[in-house]
Design a binder for this molecule. Structure first.
Ligand SMILES: CC[C@H](C(=O)O)C(=O)SCCNC(=O)CCNC(=O)[C@H](O)C(C)(C)COP(=O)(O)OP(=O)(O)OC[C@H]1O[C@@H](n2cnc3c(N)ncnc32)[C@H](O)[C@@H]1OP(=O)(O)O
Ligand SMILES: [Co+2]
Length: 135
């Protein structure tokens, strides 16, 4: 089953500027900044109590973030849920009729295996599944 909300992904045009905004808003600096080449994004992670905020900026025009911002402007891009077993969860969701965007989990940011569910099947919300990578 899906566990807690692992992070909220927010698409931003300028990561440095957004970092300053969220540092002021949350009262603490990002604990990590990490590029994920495969997704053509650079991310910043902030703690907000028990929750996390992930700011995402496109690192090239091919990025899903670039397309999102072009079409819809900056804002909440996705909701990520923590899962214990991402493969089993993807299987379950596919059997439930959801459209899985990457059947094979891929390496995401913040030491996670990730996969995405198409927003068309989730009332317009892009859903990400995240499983902690245990080295
Ligand atoms: C992995 C690193 C990091 C992490 O946490 O570890 C990340 O979170 S990376 C995040 C960036 N990567 C992704 O988002 C990968 C999954 N996304 C995709 O495959 C695409 O963005 C997709 C399929 C959601 C949309 O693709 P595309 O933009 O090429 O298609 P359309 O523009 O035609 O969109 C189709 C339809 O979906 C609506 N849409 C697009 N993005 C979103 C969104 N983020 N939330 C809600 N809805 C979205 C779009 O508006 C279209 O709807 P329509 O009614 O036809 O306008
Ligand atoms: Co994410």
């Amino acid at each position: 089953m899906l566990g807690k909300i692992e992070h909220l992904g927010i698409a931003v045009k300028d990561l440095d500027a957004a970092n300053q905004v969220y540092e002021k808003l949350l009262g603490s600096a990002a604990y990590k900044q990490e590029a994920v080449e495969s997704e053509h994004v650079t991310t910043s992670f902030f703690k907000a109590g028990e929750n996390k905020i992930e700011l995402l900026a496109a690192s090239n025009p091919e990025s899903a973030i670039a397309k999102f911002i072009e079409k819809r402007g900056e804002g909440i891009h996705h909701v990520a849920f923590a899962v214990e077993d991402i493969v089993a969860e993807l299987q379950r969701l596919e059997e439930e009729g959801f459209t899985i965007l990457n059947k094979e989990p891929k390496r995401g940011a913040d030491n996670k295996w990730v996969a995405f569910v198409h927003p068309k099947g989730t009332n317009g919300v892009l859903v990400e599944l995240c499983q902690e990578i245990k080295e």
